[in-house]
Design a protein around this ligand. Structure first.
Ligand code: SF4
Ligand code: SF4
Length: 443
């Protein structure tokens, strides 16, 4: 393991607030009586239902899939009866078709759920098919279908796999606990992905505020040729894929480009461990670790939750709210989505559920920009946030485009650092959406 600490230029240092849950072992969530499983939990085409109202289903049974290339199937997380197929809100604020299943409480496993055998005996194509059929999409929040990320075009050869164990978002500790408690699954997942990509080099990047995880993962990979732990400086957004590539390999992904353009694939460590679990047990992605934390949560925890369980049920298992929350967030406080209700389901990309008191959620009113330049220093993409934000407010999207608004990774570092509390990320995000929509129209 290198003793050097890897990092990138720019970024911010928000309080990490991880002590609430970093030493709390993963606990199995209470089994839900009903699950609402969205047919769209990933970037790409939504699934069509494979079941009808009245059908009985088992744990791990495929209940939705799409013929589109850019999609992954969804599976039942309980055994029971399909009660409804109807639209519900999901954590990103959209309304999508969902399969509502009443659990019979037996958790009977679907017959085809079987261990997948040794990675060494499987072909690259078989590994990719198992990952796709396992319903894998990036679990760090991006939810990009994993099998597509692992199938780059021939003219973009990959030589390095980077596993993102930075978990730089404040409060979240799910990935930290996975590395401590499931290192063997991380290693198994790494081996499967390396074989699928045909690479012989892998770095597992972990921020240095997790020395126990660095030690355990280091032990797990000892003697494994080509797999190395890369300790990272504590800085936000260290876990962003372009930042982690630059920090560890020194390579720079071009503006508007993808990691494969510099020979890299980045996978979140929770995704990697879940892939390991699919090969070990055959069980597709039907459960995930979720950090439940924040000042308005009675007993913050890391819970292993069945997909489709409501946020409300999850929070109740943590002793409920201490007080009526001022803000409920899905994911981390920097890049997560604010929720208007806790009646939404845990999905594949739900890394955290955070509830904050009214006092903590009140950021105060924004005031005028004082041209201090702090947002420029903080931006990891080296944008000019105050300018782009101003153009966005003026609806001058051409000017925002000229200043590369589409390159914003929506990390929120500029909003966090701004002494005038300007909603920089939010306004830049509006411009980015508009610019990307225009580009799609032109195509
Ligand atoms: S402009 Fe975008 S990328 Fe830069 S700090 Fe703000 S949110 Fe992050
Ligand atoms: S940090 Fe805020 S006040 Fe300072 S230049 Fe940026 S927008 Fe203006």
């Amino acid at each position: 393991m290198s003793t050097k600490l890897f990092t990138f230029k720019g970024g911010v240092h928000p309080p990490t607030n991880k002590t609430l849950t970093q030493n709390v072992p993963i606990e199995n969530a209470v089994d839900p009586k009903v699950v609402v499983i969205p047919l769209s939990q990933h970037i790409g085409a939504p699934c069509d239902p494979l079941v009808a109202v009245g059908d009985t289903v088992k744990v791990g049974q495929k209940i939705g899939e799409s013929k589109a290339f850019m999609s992954v199937p969804v599976h039942s997380s309980v055994s029971g009866t399909v009660k409804k197929i109807e639209q519900h809100y999901v954590p990103n604020g959209s309304k999508v078709n969902c399969i509502v299943i009443e659990s019979d409480g037996n958790f009977e496993v679907y017959e085809s759920v079987q261990p997948k055998g040794n990675i060494e005996d499987l072909t690259k194509e078989e590994i990719l098919s198992i990952i796709k059929e396992g319903g894998m999409a990036g679990m760090g929040g991006a939810t990009f279908p994993t099998h597509i990320k692992l199938s780059p075009p021939k003219d973009k050869p990959i030589d390095v796999l980077l596993v993102n164990g930075a978990e730089c978002e404040p409060y979240l500790t799910a990935d930290h606990r996975i590395m401590l408690e499931k290192p063997e699954l991380v290693l198994l997942g790494v081996k499967a992905i390396m074989k699928a990509l045909g690479v012989d080099k892998c770095f597992i990047g972990i921020e240095k505020n997790k020395p126990d995880a660095i030690e355990i993962i280091q032990k797990a990979v000892e003697g494994q040729e080509g797999i190395e732990v890369a300790p990272l400086e504590i800085k936000y957004p260290q876990g962003d894929e372009k930042r982690i590539i630059n920090a560890i390999t020194g390579r720079i992904v071009p503006s508007g480009g993808l990691p494969m353009e510099v020979g890299c694939v980045v996978e979140n460590v929770g995704t990697v461990a879940t892939i390991g679990n699919i090969f070990k047990t055959g069980m597709p992605l039907i459960q995930r670790v979720v950090t439940v934390s924040g000042s308005a949560v009675q007993n913050p925890k890391n819970l292993y939750v069945r997909i489709g369980t409501s946020y409300k049920d999850v929070i109740e298992q943590c002793g409920g709210y201490k007080e009526e929350p001022g803000k409920l967030i899905s994911g981390g406080p920097m890049m997560g989505f604010a929720q208007f209700t806790d009646e939404v389901s845990v999905i594949k990309g739900t890394s955290g559920i955070l509830a904050f008191s009214k006092k903590e959620a009140d950021l105060g009113e924004p005031s005028n920009c004082i041209m201090c330049g702090r947002c420029l220093e903080a931006c990891p993409v080296h944008l000019q946030p105050y300018k782009i934000s101003r153009y966005s407010i003026q609806k001058n999207f051409d000017a925002a485009d000229e200043f590369h608004a589409a390159d914003c990774i929506e990390c929120g570092g500029c909003s966090y650092i701004c002494p005038s509390k300007r909603p920089l990320k939010e306004t830049i995000s509006v411009a980015k959406k508009e610019i990307l929509a225009r580009r799609r129209k032109v195509k």
